[in-house]
Design a binder for this molecule. Structure first.
Ligand code: PEP
Ligand code: MG
Length: 554
């Protein structure tokens, strides 16, 4: 009998099999929890929250990059004064676990109402509640198991802190029912290098099979696979990983067609780590993520100092200095910055975000360009600058003028359907464009990139998205200007071949994905990439597109 196979969105390539484990149950405050008095409730909560925060901080110290940040942010939430105040308000009548639950409920309702990134943080908040309640009840922390043998984790969803705390030697693959390719779970799994499939709607996580095979390249989750099938897939994957580990760049197809392979970075520390990969520089420096903790605008000198560190890391990455594409602040929507806050908006993803902030706060953009130009002057690297969330060619024109006035090479991101269909006119204004497939999907399919219900629509293999990429690449050829991709699509080795076949000239992705992308490109010819692109464009769905491309590239 053939095994049951479920499909989801593959987000971290690689195949692994093993016994299935599921997250531990969460403990609830007992209905008959004893109430002593206000001070007891407050003190017991404070002690439990401090223990939880310390535990998460300890784990953060053993993690790096996005995983460390998520653990630290969750620790900060456990020790947040606002949460303690809300617990204090419940402490006149409730015991500590009940007060924690009631306080978190109130806070979560406020977060949900605020929407955007605040609503996103409800998962973290509920995770903190579960950890504090477990601590108060003296039971094991809920969430991820620590299996003794390499296992496959099935879950409905995972809190970012759970994913960040995973040990890749014990949890060798992840399949989750929710989540999208840009969710925190996906981003952290990618960083940890754990094969991962998300959005597996039919995943039997409440009634799991004994064993499973997860293929993070095809998106398949095979329940109770035959041992030979599992062994064959894992062996083929091990071969692929060995080829990735051995890949040393620069990016080119088997027949020598050059494609720059670059890393996405967000700060100096991450840039130094990324520079250890065989990259030709950084294709997306998300500057807003360098300033998430700032309540006031950094001075031009402060900014220049931070940018200079990132440029120095790029200069170290490649002989003769790599390039860095600096994106100006993409604040707003899912990445609010306190010093560039545009107030409450009913629909922040469609609101005043990215370059649009310069309409009301032109000085923010001017200062940032001054800081970038200042740092670029002494950098041993090629600095390009681009604007996010551009909607019309005139915005590209004005941005390019401001950047060129400062001696910078100017480009824009293509993240809106309007700039995709007017790519010729946008390219006439700038020196290069870079396609942000995460937002271009969101706006093309009218599907929130954060929604775990709509991951089939925001899947970067959607033929509708690829058709826009083809149009933009064709415009780039006509203008003889570079067209890169810097969204999550560029991190998928198979899709990278499709993008190259469509005419993309550079690929920028999370640093841990660089080798997989480069190694895959090295195994195929440009002609195969072109055939793969045609197959993907003609497919009916992302799943069909993946299957068709795999057949072409086999
Ligand atoms: C994108 O939208 O694809 C992109 C690279 O920008 P961000 O993910 O930072 O919005
Ligand atoms: Mg974007």
């Amino acid at each position: 009998m053939s095994p049951v196979v479920h499909h989801g969105t593959p987000v971290v390539p690689g195949a692994a099999a093993g016994p299935v484990v599921v997250p531990g149950p969460r403990s609830e405050a007992p209905a008959d929890e004893a109430f002593v008095d206000h001070d007891h409730t407050v003190a017991a909560f404070a002690a439990a929250a401090a223990t939880v925060a310390q535990r998460l901080t300890d784990r953060a110290q053993h993690a790096s990059g996005a995983a460390a940040e998520v653990l630290q942010a969750t620790a900060a939430m456990a020790s947040d004064r606002g949460l303690a105040t809300f617990v204090g308000q419940q402490a006149d009548t409730l015991g500590p676990a009940s007060a924690t639950t009631a306080a978190v409920e109130k806070l979560a309702a406020m977060f949900r109402q605020a929407g955007g990134l605040m609503a996103e943080r409800v998962t973290d908040l509920l995770d903190v509640r579960d950890r504090v309640v477990a601590e108060l009840l003296g039971v094991p922390e809920p969430g991820i198991p620590q299996p003794d043998e390499p296992s496959v984790l099935f879950a409905d969803d995972l809190a970012p802190a759970d994913t960040a705390g995973l040990d890749p030697r014990r949890v060798v693959a992840i399949a989750i029912a929710r989540g999208g390719s840009t969710s925190h779970t996906a981003i952290i799994a990618r960083q940890l290098g754990i094969p991962c499939v998300v959005g597996v709607a039919e995943l039997p996580w409440t009634d799991p099979p004994a064993a499973a095979l997860v293929d993070g390249s095809s998106g398949e989750v095979v329940l109770d696979p035959a041992p030979e099938l599992a062994q064959e897939r894992v062996r083929a994957d091990a071969e692929r990983r060995a080829a990735s580990a051995a890949w040393e760049g620069p990016g080119r197809t088997k027949d020598g067609h050059a494609v720059q392979v670059l890393a996405n970075v967000q700060d100096a520390a991450g840039a130094r780590v990324a520079a250890q990969q065989p990259v030709e520089g950084f294709g997306l420096y998300r500057t807003e993520l360098s300033f998430l903790d700032r309540s006031s605008e950094p001075t031009v000198d402060e900014q220049a100092e931070i940018y200079a560190q990132v440029f120095a890391a790029a200069a170290d990455s490649v002989d003769g200095g790599g390039k860095v594409v600096v994106r100006t602040l993409d604040a707003g929507s899912d990445k609010p910055l306190r010093f560039a806050d545009m107030g409450d908006e009913p629909n922040p993803a469609l609101g005043v975000r990215g370059l649009r902030i310069a309409r009301e706060r032109p000085e923010l953009l001017a200062h940032q360009l001054d800081g970038i130009a200042q740092a670029a002057r002494d950098a041993g690297t090629d600095v390009w600058v681009m604007a996010p969330m551009v909607s019309v060619p005139s915005e590209a024109r004005e941005f390019a003028a401001a950047a060129r006035d400062r001696g910078l090479r100017a480009g824009v991101m293509i993240e809106t359907p309007s700039t995709a269909v007017l790519a010729d006119r946008v390219l006439a204004e700038v020196d290069f464009v870079s396609i942000g497939t995460n937002d271009l999907s969101q706006y093309t399919f009218a599907a929130d990139r954060m929604s775990s219900e709509l991951t089939d629509l925001t899947d970067p293999w959607q033929p509708g998205l690829l058709t826009l990429v083809e149009m933009i690449a064709a415009a780039g050829r006509r203008a003889d200007k570079p067209v890169g991709v810097c969204g999550e699509a560029a991190a998928d080795p198979l899709l990278a071949c499709v993008l190259v076949g469509l005419g993309i000239t550079s690929l920028s992705c999370a640093a841990p994905a660089v080798r997989g992308v480069g190694a895959q490109l090295a195994t195929v010819s440009l002609e195969q990439c072109r055939r793969a692109a045609t197959a993907a464009l003609e497919a009916d769905s992302p799943t069909d597109a993946r299957d068709a491309v795999r057949a072409v590239l086999a």
